[in-house]
Design a protein around this ligand. Structure first.
Ligand code: 15L
Length: 265
């Protein structure tokens, strides 16, 4: 049966905010969780992922979890370790202990950020099975999360989908995002597909809109039932570069992860 009650972790964050506005439209009843208060949501649970009691209580009784919580960019290793690695482990442990049947994990394109641009083009998009080349400790933590999702699927039968999200924002704001953009509406379509597709085991998919300049293979997401409706190209004139030109400035220009490949923790 399709999940109805869903715990959204990281509900106050960037993607969390966009999702809590949209997922109820698909019929989900959301329970919100974040370490900071969620604006306009007095019922949200305000707790840290490392607070096991609070996490167990939040997970109890839901049909699925959409796990968006964690640090969303590069940071010192100890911070990534606690928030993204230990935190995601605690989440999966709570899920296993409470018998929750499905987790949708927010992974990232930065799991493959050191891949050269040439490896992913609109005509030959980068496959999910490409060697992992994380561009940051942040990207490494997402590789860990995908591995954990795989373990909990194989060992404990939790249905898991890892979404390698591109750039989820209201609009693309630079040339790279003409390739990486995931519109908020398409993100909600993707999360809904990941929550409802049957027999996913552990599935990894890229999450982007149907971008004319998209770099990553959308076939795995489409196989879940995802049908993107947006294309960053409609913003191209405003952002300026010609199709195919890309943003060629700087040392990070030749890599899928863009400026993340240059970030210092
Ligand atoms: C990510 O994984 C980040 O969380 C987000 O802030 C964006 O920078 C995005 O990737 C991106 O690659 O644009």
């Amino acid at each position: 049966t399709a999940p109805r009650t869903v715990l959204l972790t990281g509900a106050a964050g960037g993607v969390g905010t966009l999702m809590r506005e949209r997922l109820p439209g698909y019929g989900y009843e959301l329970r919100l969780f974040d370490r900071v208060p969620v604006a306009g949501a007095p019922d949200a649970v305000t707790a840290d992922l490392l607070d096991e009691g609070a996490l167990r209580a939040a997970v109890r009784g839901v049909d699925a979890v959409v796990h968006l919580a964690g640090i969303a960019t590069e940071a010192p290793f100890d911070q990534i370790l606690q928030a993204n690695i230990v935190g995601t482990h605690r989440l999966f442990e709570a899920v296993r202990a409470e018998g929750v049947r499905r987790v949708v994990f927010a992974s990232s394109n930065h799991t493959v950020g050191f891949t050269p641009l040439e490896a992913g083009s609109p005509s030959a998009p980068l496959p999910v099975g490409t060697p992992l080349r994380p561009d940051t400790y942040y990207g490494v933590s997402k590789v860990f999360g995908e591995a954990l999702a795989s373990l909990y699927a194989d060992k404990y039968g939790v249905q898991t989908v890892s979404l390698r999200i591109g750039s989820c924002a209201p609009e693309p704001t630079d040339v790279r995002m003409l390739s990486t953009w995931l519109s908020p509406d398409d993100c909600a379509r993707l999360v809904h597909a990941a929550l409802t597709a049957p027999d996913v085991g552990h599935t990894v998919v890229y999450g982007l809109s149907a971008n004319t300049r998209g770099w990553w293979d959308l076939a795995p997401a489409r196989a879940l039932g995802y049908q993107p409706r947006d294309d960053a190209e409609v913003f191209a004139a405003r952002i300026t570069a010609e199709p195919g030109e890309g943003d060629r400035r700087g040392p990070a220009a030749g890599l899928l992860g863009g400026h993340f490949t240059d970030l210092e923790p």
